[in-house]
Design a protein around this ligand. Structure first.
Ligand code: ATP
Ligand code: MG
Length: 271
């Protein structure tokens, strides 16, 4: 078991090198019926994410955030433009370097928490018993000690999210794509989980794209915030977040620098 959550070998990339590149990306879903128009989810998206940078993606509901993440993850192909992740421009290559956490936790209800976390290793060809042995020591660090044998229905929402995140990390990919990781949680658990994730990303630095509706959450977690327009989504603003990570929610709430950034993000969102 590696203590660094199965972290892949450190790539010899300079800190300025882009890990994820999107240039002129468009994605249109075909119409369901002949008389309907296709749905243009993304149009002319240009975006770069640097190595070990955490980028938050905010935008109105239905503007194509999940679509963008699925395109980067190699689960969909763009209809136009170039998408690459760690130099892999084809969908199969992108799937090899990206770990994707979908909008819902999607834990398998018949597997216990340990079995769900270990699934990522099993998908990499590790036999189940060995995968469980390797995943088990991480439960303590993720605040899940003594819940290894609990099924998802026996866990709280925050715990399920932590299992899903642990599984995503255990996939051992250098790029993390998290789609609204806390959307289903109540406000208190959500605030706790935001700080927890900020700490986890500081301890285990990865290139990450985090989709959220919540500008404050973006400012707690990210080095940079990209704002998407309403559908078809395109990047209308990119805001650098100046302070070092990890950040505490309370500090972000009290600091006028963050208040000004929040204001700019809200203006870009048209709020
Ligand atoms: N598989 C699909 N087939 C057809 N249309 C789709 C599909 N997935 C998404 N869409 C459409 O593409 C648009 C963008 O959807 P997407 O899920 O990417 O938005 P989103 O920004 O993630 O929204 P939300 O914030 O509500 O999660 C929507 O109009 C949606 O109906
Ligand atoms: Mg979505």
């Amino acid at each position: 078991m590696t203590s660094s959550l199965e972290a892949p070998a450190k790539e010899p990339l300079s800190s300025s090198k882009a890990t994820i590149v999107l240039e002129g990306v468009a994605r249109r879903y075909p119409a369901r019926r002949r008389r309907d128009e296709p749905v243009a989810a993304l149009e002319g998206v240009d975006l770069e994410v640097r190595e070990r940078e955490v980028l938050a993606l905010v935008g109105p509901s239905g503007c194509g955030k999940s679509t963008l993440l699925e395109v980067v993850a190699g689960l969909q192909d763009a209809d136009e433009g170039v998408v690459s992740a760690l130099g892999a421009a084809d969908a199969q290559g992108r799937r090899r370097v990206c770990a994707y956490m979908p909008q819902r936790d999607l834990l398998l209800p018949w597997r216990d928490a340990l079995g769900n976390a270990a699934l990522a290793l099993e998908c990499r060809g590790v036999p189940r018993a060995q995968a469980c042995r390797r995943a088990a020591p991480l439960f303590e660090r993720f605040g899940l000690a003594r819940f290894e044998r609990a099924r998802p229905a026996e866990l709280s929402g925050g715990m399920r999210q932590r299992v899903a995140f642990l599984r995503t990390l255990l996939a051992g990919r250098p790029v993390l794509l998290l789609d609204e990781p806390f959307a289903a949680l109540d406000a208190i658990t959500r605030a706790e989980m935001q700080e927890w994730l900020a700490g986890a990303l500081a301890d285990e630095p990865r290139t990450a794209v985090i989709v959220t509706h919540d500008v404050r959450e973006a400012l707690i977690l990210a080095d940079r915030v990209a704002v998407l327009s309403a559908r078809p989504g395109r990047v209308v603003a990119e805001l650098d977040v100046p302070e070092a990570r990890p950040r505490r929610r309370r500090e972000v709430a009290a600091d006028p620098v963050f208040a000004a950034l929040e204001q700019r993000a809200m203006e870009a969102l048209g709020c």
